[in-house]
Design a protein around this ligand. Structure first.
Ligand code: 3PG
Length: 388
């Protein structure tokens, strides 16, 4: 894959697709992980006197202007992070934007407005892509987290300009390809999150290569129910019960389920709660976290692993009462000698919440893109690079 290192960017206008789809709260960036992840590429370009034009989507405005989804808070936070005043555009295409882009000086950073304010973005409309391409001389895609979308700014533009991967994109693909195709053994995975149906593809792709699959979170409920346990009011994916039985049968002993659960009488941050064995979920109660015996069991099972992949929280970690299982796994991985790779927005949020990202080998910025890549599928945003 051609990367930004293979291109002469000095003094040239470089359109960089980043994924600045970050949570906002009260008009401020609430989690700047994805901004910080894009800094190596931005800094690289600035050090080489490029004129940097950044573009991103934010949320799902549906092809029209949504005031709350403007990128101004992101421009503000990015200016602080790079210590360069980011020039913020009022749109991502159009005459005013073109004129401003042409006037850029080397070392300046110009952030375009939300690309999804235009229907041409999602439609991967050629004319819209050509207007974006017209702003620059080189295209760099650093938006791994959006690379599963074949949109104008992630895919279309790559066919219209000399193009290359950014440094974040390069690292994501390099690490995740190694996990997918050449893992270290013993290779263990931890899967959580709500649904089995989201994880079938990755389980299919990796099951044969893994020695151990630990399952928690909502998806464990469906496996437990498939084994015949009464799950009370717990989230269970009824439509996936047959699939769960098939996976259990195919995986045999390598698939490890919780042995106890923290159950609550309501889905509420202050609900009554206690830990029970998996065959003792009271009627009317729901499982919202794995229990302490499960944490011990998972820790024991992970001993000796050389590579650990983790995707999906083990409980409703946004509520403190039901966060212990998830944070115990963060702590275990942070201290583990294995290569530790996490994927998915919620998993990254849990790791960042306790400031342990730098103790992991790799915290992927991707959610949907991470799963799509690990399922063995081609990411359109990656496939298109180098074709300009
Ligand atoms: C993400 O947050 O996973 C990416 O930015 C993609 O967002 P999308 O699901 O709205 O395309």
């Amino acid at each position: 894959m051609r990367t930004v290192r293979d291109v002469d960017v000095s003094g040239r206008r470089v359109l960089v697709r980043v994924d600045f789809n970050v949570p906002l709260e009260d008009g401020e960036v609430a989690d700047d992980t994805r901004l910080r992840a894009s800094l190596p590429t931005i800094t690289y370009l600035l050090e080489r006197n490029a004129k940097v034009i950044l573009c991103s989507h934010l949320g799902r405005p549906g092809g029209e202007v949504v005031e709350e989804l403007r990128l101004d808070p992101i421009a503000k936070r990015l200016s602080e992070l790079i210590d360069v005043g980011v020039i913020k555009a009022g749109d991502c295409v159009g005459e005013a934007v073109e004129a401003r882009a042409k006037d850029l000086e080397p070392g300046q950073v110009f952030l375009l407005e939300n690309t999804r304010f235009h229907p041409g973005e999602k439609a991967n409309d050629h004319k819209f892509a050509a207007r974006l391409a017209g702003l620059a001389e080189i295209y760099v895609n650093d938006a791994f987290a959006a690379a599963h979308r074949a949109h104008a700014s992630t895919e279309g533009v790559a066919h219209l300009l000399p193009s290359a991967a950014g440094l974040l994109m390069e690292r994501e693909i390099e690490v995740l390809r190694r996990v997918r195709e050449n893992p270290k053994h013993p290779f263990a995975a931890i899967f959580g999150g709500a649904k089995i149906s989201d994880k079938i593809g990755i389980l299919d792709q990796l099951m044969d290569r893994m020695e151990m699959v630990l399952v928690g979170g909502g998806m464990a409920n469906t496996f437990l129910k498939a084994q015949g346990h009464e799950m009370g009011e717990s989230l269970v994916e009824e439509a996936s019960l047959d699939t769960a039985r098939e996976i259990l049968e195919a995986a045999g002993e390598k698939l490890v389920l919780p042995v106890d659960l923290v159950v609550a009488d309501a889905f509420d941050a202050e609900a009554k709660h206690h830990a029970v064995l998996v065959d003792q979920v009271p009627p009317g109660w729901r499982a919202l976290d794995v229990g302490p015996r499960t944490v011990d069991l998972f820790r024991e099972k992970l001993k000796g692993a050389k590579m650990i992949l983790w995707n999906g929280p083990l409980g409703v970690f946004e509520m403190e009462l039901f966060s212990k299982g998830t944070y115990a796994i963060v702590g275990t991985l942070a201290e583990h000698e294995a290569e530790t790779i996490t994927g998915g927005g919620e998993t990254a949020a849990a790791v960042n919440e306790v400031n342990l990202a730098d103790k992991m080998t790799h915290v992927s910025t991707g959610g949907g893109a991470f799963l799509t890549f690990m399922e063995g599928e081609t990411l359109p945003g990656v496939a298109a690079l180098g074709e300009g």
